[in-house]
Structures are given as C-alpha cells and as structure tokens.
Design a protein around this ligand. Structure first.
Ligand SMILES: Cc1ncc(COP(=O)(O)O)c(C=O)c1O
Length: 428
C-alpha cells in the first residue's frame, strides 16, 4: 500500500466504503468528517452531482481519445480555462495524470528549454529541504524528505541542490499565517548560485506552502525574494501548486495569494476534485515558444503520457471549475474561522506547535520518547473513533477541510481533536 504501515494495516484495516459531501462512511457504517479533503484533493466535497453527471455523460460520449498526434476539444478548452483562472492568458498547459508526473514534466521542460535556447549547461535544479514533490525520480531528487530519498539514492537525478527549509519553531512557534522570521533564508539561493554559477542552474522548484510535511508557511517576503534572485540570474522559478492550486489559500493559486509570478506552475488534485486522476503544468508562453523550432512536421517535445488529457478527467475538471467560483469565496471566509479554532488548541496536552494558512492548518505533538511518529498516529486513531479523519505524518496532524464545510463543522472538528488530544495524553 502507498505510504502505509502494511503489516499494522493488514491486522487493523481501516476501510472506506462510501463518501458524500464532507463525510466518509467507514466499513463499520460510521460517518467521519473528512478533515483533509481526501488527500487535499476533494475540496468541493465528495461526489458533487455536477461532477458525477459530467463524468457519466463523458464516458458514454468519448471514453478515450489518443493523446499523441490527436486531440479532443475539451482538453484545449480546459487549458484556456486554467490559464484564464491563473490570469496567465497566452500561457500553455501540459496535461498529465498526477502531481508526481506534473513535477517530473516541469523539470524536463526546464532543462530542455535552456538547451533549446542554446544554454545547454543549465541543468542543475534547486529544490528545498522538507519539500514533497511526489515520488517520480525527479520529484524525489528535488524533494527534501529523507525517508523518501534514502533507499533510492543511486536512481536520483544528479546535479540537484537544496535550499534550507524555513521551519524554525523557536522563532515562529504558533504563527498565525505567515511568520515574520525567516526572509533571510531566501538569500541562501544567492549562495548556491555563487557556488554552482547561474550558467549551470536551470530552475528552482518550491511548494509555495509546504503541505505534506506539515503546513510549513513561507516567511513574509520569502517567495518574492526567491523570484527576484531567479530573475536576476535567468533561473526558472517553478511553483509546485499540487496542494495550493485551485483555492486552498482562498485564491485560485498560491501565486495569486503571494503576488509572485512563477515561470511554471504544477497542479493536480483539486483541479477536478479528484474524481479522475489529472494533473498538469502551466508553462509560460516564452518557454513554450522556445521549443517551437525546426520543421513543423516533427515533434518538438519528446514527452507525454497515454492518459494525458484523458476525456473523463477533463470533463470532471470542467465541472469542478464551474463550481469553484462559488466554493472559493466560502473557503476564503472559513480561513479565519479555522485559524481561531486551531489556535484555541494551544495549551492542550501534547501540543507543541500550531500553524495555519488559508484553509489549511497543522498541529505538532510531543513524540513518545524513543518511538518517533507514534504519537500523531495515536491522536489520529482517537479522533477517528470520535468521527474525525485527520492526516498524520511524523509528529504532525494536518487539516485541510473541504471548502463546502460549515462554520459549525470546523468548530466541531476542533472540539473532536481537543478530545482526541486529551484522550491520547491519558493513555500515558
Ligand atoms: C506539492 C506536491 N507535489 C506533488 C505531489 C505528488 O502528487 P501525486 O501523489 O498526485 O503524484 C504532492 C502530493 O501530495 C504534493 O503535495
């Protein structure tokens, strides 16, 4: 099973049999609140009628269309809708099937772009510690989660370096929104540029907000500073918006929230509310145009997937984009509610930090001595017994409730978590 304690799970299975709105149904019949919108990917709630019907109609009309040397109109229309939403008219979209594929695609575009422009030495990619960019060879290479990397070192792409992560609880503990401390960490990019020389660096890739490693919020000014440094040195800036794209921060993209224009944006998950796998890369028009050389009957970019732009995934995305204009302002209005709720857990047993941005939050809990990663799992189990499904990783519990949640559901989620924390502490 993906990222699962297989042996424990087989002895204690946790099975989901149905979903509706903001709730899952477990195999024993219990309804639980889906506090992470699936895996950050179902912000519109489960099985909204419009998405269900769009997929049903599409499978009857055009189930599959070859993605190589052929196309179908809805995919092109989707690309236009996505660039319009991102206020990047004229830019292009390359469709894939997951966040991992989006990241590997963006890295390939970056390196190939510089080569196409005659700067073939620009191959190095800069990632960041604690980053999660999926599990492709490119993604784990630029990613910064040691456990995802250590077994695969010989397979990783060479020529990668990492910025330091920005999480320092002693300086930013219990931050509400963006921390004041940490802007200087962006200047580490200048140090890496001095070390490797800009002429060898293709791109910098960062999650604007690090989601999977526990809602690590960028310090004020940090992303703007990265943008300035990249621009100064001709380095492409890639935002991995697989989690933040399509509204998680209350704006269509994190690029809007932070008012930073990256050269590429990777997305997946919420683009179509996860009804059918879909991801993609928004690519600056100038990058696209650099590939458009040579005889026009030849392929310009040797890359793509059988299921790129799959008609069912695209149909789901159109339906999701129809729902987003209503869902997004509601999500934005819930952000301060979530902030106040989660920070009310300060002082509860085991809690060592709380942070939030947009409609996302995380709390850290004190580890069980000598048993790393056990405590958050215990809290997860206590919460699940009480009707709340959180996400646990390491010593962190994350929440990213569906945009369709009510204020009362956010409050109830918080109170259930409070009970779960107290019950876990009572276990000793
Ligand atoms: C920022 C980011 N990039 C990439 C991925 C990988 O996406 P997938 O699991 O769809 O391959 C994730 C998944 O959580 C992610 O959070």
């Amino acid at each position: 099973m993906p990222f699962t304690h297989n042996r424990f799970f087989k002895n204690h299975p946790r099975l989901i049999t149905a979903a509706e709105g903001a709730y899952y149904t477990l195999s024993d019949g219990r309804r639980v609140f889906d506090a992470l919108s699936g895996l950050w990917c179902c912000p519109l709630g489960h099985s909204p009628r419009a998405i269900v019907e769009a997929v049903q109609q599409q499978v009857a009309k055009l189930d599959f269309s070859p993605s190589f040397q052929m196309g179908h109109p809805a995919a092109f229309h989707l690309a236009e809708r996505i660039t319009t939403l991102a206020k990047r008219e004229g830019d292009k979209v390359f469709l894939v099937n997951s966040g991992s594929e989006a990241v590997d695609t963006a890295l390939k575009i970056a390196v190939a772009y510089h080569r196409a422009r005659g700067e073939a030495s620009r191959t190095r990619i800069i990632g960041r510690e604690r980053a999660y960019h999926g599990v492709g060879m490119g993604g784990i290479s630029v990613g910064g989660i040691p456990a995802n990397r250590k077994m695969f070192a010989p397979l990783m792409i060479p020529g990668v370096d990492h910025l330091p992560h920005t999480f320092e609880p002693s300086k930013m503990g219990y931050s509400r929104g963006q921390p004041e401390w940490g802007l200087h960490l962006a200047d580490e990019l200048e140090r890496l540029v001095a070390l490797h020389d800009a002429s060898n660096i293709a791109a910098v890739i960062v999650e604007p907000m690090q989601g999977s490693t526990g809602v690590i919020v960028p310090p004020k000014g940090y992303l703007q500073r990265l943008r300035e440094i990249c621009t100064r040195h001709g380095i492409l800036l890639i935002f991995d918006e697989v989690i933040t794209g399509f509204g998680r921060l209350g704006t269509p993209f994190a690029a809007d929230f932070f008012a930073v224009r990256p050269d590429m944006i990777t997305f997946a998950k919420a683009v179509n509310n996860a009804a059918v796998p879909l991801g993609g890369v928004i690519v600056d028009q100038a990058i696209h145009d650099a590939f458009m050389t040579g005889p026009d009957h030849l392929i310009e970019f040797f890359h793509g997937y059988t299921y790129s732009g799959h008609p069912l995934a695209v149909a789901a995305a159109h339906a999701a984009l129809d729902l987003l204009p209503t869902a997004l302002p509601h999500a934005a209005s819930l952000s301060p509610v979530l902030e106040d709720c989660v920070h009310s857990l300060r002082g509860e047993p085991l809690v060592t930090d709380i942070r939030n941005l947009g409609l996302a939050a995380a709390i850290d809990v004190a580890p069980v001595p000598g048993m790393p990663a056990l405590r958050a799992f215990q809290v997860f189990e206590q919460a699940l017994q009480r009707g709340l499904m959180l996400r646990f990783t390491g010593e962190t519990l994350a929440m990213a409730p569906p945009f369709i949640s009510t204020i009362d559901e956010i409050k109830e989620m918080t109170e259930t978590l409070r009970e779960a924390l107290r019950a876990t502490a009572a276990l000793g």
